[in-house]
Design a protein around this ligand. Structure first.
Ligand SMILES: Cc1cc2nc3c(=O)[nH]c(=O)nc-3n(C[C@H](O)[C@H](O)[C@H](O)COP(=O)(O)O)c2cc1C
Length: 320
């Protein structure tokens, strides 16, 4: 049996990554019902809003679902301690932590019966996850949407190196690949490289049930290859769609602007402005490189079913 399916008790080893302004209870519940792992993205939520989303998903999903659900907690988030308290009280079955040390909360959550995975961008961080005793590791490559590792290692280069590092360390922690995966053939490639699960962001950000606004989703389906780029390396590297806001950041970075100046240009609330309120010119539009392959807004269930059926075809045709 696939290790991710076993550890998380799900039908398919597909995770809908937690995403600011996209991953509310509706998307997470739809993924859970379709047999994957649906994460609520706490990164853009207040503790009260997170509790509301958890209450709704508990109503929507029961223990008979084919999949499961959980909460993504970016550990660098301001006020993360309050988010942690909500999670400790509400006890989601799964937590995926990111952007911080896996050592801080893994044991606390596991002692409460919660399965824990942590997101990394390199082998040395993956080994820290092993020391922390996580239940699974997500290795995310440079192609991914949202905040990204400083190493700029692509998924194709990252996954075999992390898989080898884990093997050398004698660790059997299951590896989930993320970054540029939105199809069954990409899932087959990730498995060939050493992963046993995939975390998908971009494709689910554009799903019908995603909390992102219609304008953002529709605009994303018109994007072409090369329309996103990694910027803000002095602050927190982030992959963005090229728009007027992006141009100002690029111009400032090219003339060597300081981190303080960049923070001033960003101001407050940019991701919400772009992805939730629909300002496609002045908003921060986070999405991954694979966006240019997505030309249609689908339900989460269709995204999963299409991936699985293409994966099965590829495995039968190419590897049988
Ligand atoms: C709009 C958007 C917002 C994201 N927000 C978060 C977040 O809050 N926390 C996190 O750990 N990852 C975040 N990510 C990364 C995803 O969880 C996932 O790992 C990544 O998107 C996978 O790569 P892909 O975009 O190529 O599918 C975000 C990605 C996108 C596209």
């Amino acid at each position: 049996m696939n290790k991710i399916c076993k550890v998380f008790d799900v039908k398919y080893p597909i995770v809908a990554g937690g995403m600011v302004w996209c991953s509310g209870w509706r998307l997470a519940a739809a993924v859970c019902k379709a047999g994957g792992i649906g994460l609520i993205g706490a990164g853009s939520m207040t503790p009260e809003v997170l509790r509301e989303h958890i209450t709704k998903i508990k109503d929507a999903c029961n223990s008979q679902e084919k999949g499961t659900w959980g909460v993504n907690i970016p550990l660098m988030k301001a006020g993360v301690e309050e988010i942690i308290e909500v999670v400790k009280e509400e006890l989601p079955p799964v937590v995926f932590t990111s952007a911080g040390s896996p050592k801080k909360y893994t044991k606390t959550f596991q002692e409460l019966g919660i399965k824990v995975a942590h997101v990394v961008s390199g082998s040395k961080f993956a080994l820290k996850c092993v020391e922390a005793g996580v239940d699974a590791i997500v290795a995310e490559g440079f192609e991914a949407g949202g905040h990204n590792g400083r190493e700029e290692t692509t998924t194709m280069a990252l996954i075999p190196q992390v898989a080898d590092a884990l093997r050398k360390a004698g660790a059997d922690t299951p590896l989930i690949a993320a970054g540029g995966i939105a199809s069954g053939r990409a899932m087959a490639a990730a498995f060939a490289l050493g992963a046993v699960g995939v975390q998908v962001g971009t494709a689910f950000a554009l799903a019908e049930e995603s909390g992102a606004c219609k304008e953002f989703k529709e605009y994303c389906t018109s994007l072409q290859e090369g329309d996103t780029m990694l910027v803000l390396k002095k602050l927190s590297p982030t992959r963005l769609v090229k728009n007027a806001f992006f141009d100002r950041i690029m111009e400032a970075e090219n003339r060597g602007a300081s981190a303080e100046e960049l923070l001033g240009i960003i101001g407050a609330g940019r991701p919400k402005l772009g992805m939730f309120d629909g300002d496609l010119i002045e908003g921060e539009l986070e999405i991954g490189q694979i966006v240019s392959q997505i030309k249609e807004i689908k339900t989460a269930e269709r995204i999963i079913n299409d991936m699985i059926s293409e994966y099965n075809t590829i495995i039968l045709e190419k590897f049988a």
